[in-house]
Ligand binder design. Structure first.
Ligand SMILES: [Zn+2]
Ligand SMILES: [Zn+2]
Length: 170
């Protein structure tokens, strides 16, 4: 564990499926796109992006559902087979071919989600008007400018992923 405040664990609602992250996420998105609003049934989704190989299922299993996505390539939801809560998703059309290697952890499924506020808010052009964003957190009307927002450390991790899948960072 690289984290000083305890393990990064999470679970579904019924407790059949549990997971652990072996490091901090690379970045946490608050996504206000209409797709995320519909999928979450809420005003925005909070996604913690992390390398797939840093996520370990410590109990149970997940079942995968392919859901239509804006890119057209689909978004794969990994859910508890019993209670059907989504633990993470993969955007199969993710830029740079990273769809399989980056998991978007649903931050609300972490045992201590308070530790993972969004580092950036995106697609605020469709933000629900009653949501007030914090002034000190960057926000983008559409997608974020990665090189401006990701920490240097996370950019190194992202570069390693591109090398792994054999693509250039866009
Ligand atoms: Zn469950
Ligand atoms: Zn979204």
């Amino acid at each position: 564990m690289t984290n000083e405040v305890g393990p990064l664990t999470g679970s579904c609602s019924c407790g059949s499926t549990c997971y652990e992250l072996s490091s901090q996420p690379m970045i946490v998105h608050g996504c206000h796109c209409r797709w995320c609003q519909r999928e979450s049934g809420a005003s925005f989704a909070v996604n913690a992006l992390i390398e797939a190989d840093r996520v370990t299922i410590t109990k149970g299993e997940v079942v995968e559902t392919l859901v239509p996505s804006q890119s057209g390539a689909g978004q794969r939801f990994s859910r508890c087979p019993t209670c059907q809560v989504t633990l993470w998703t993969n955007y199969l059309g993710m830029r740079g071919g990273l769809g399989e290697v980056v998991r978007f952890i649903r931050a609300g499924t972490l045992d201590d989600p308070d530790r993972f506020p969004p580092d950036v808010h995106i697609f605020t052009s469709t933000k629900q008007p009653w949501v007030t964003l914090p002034k000190d957190v960057p926000a983008f009307e559409e997608y974020l400018v990665i090189k401006d927002i990701w920490s240097p450390e996370s950019l190194v991790r992202r570069k390693a992923l591109h090398e792994m899948v054999g693509t250039e960072s866009p």
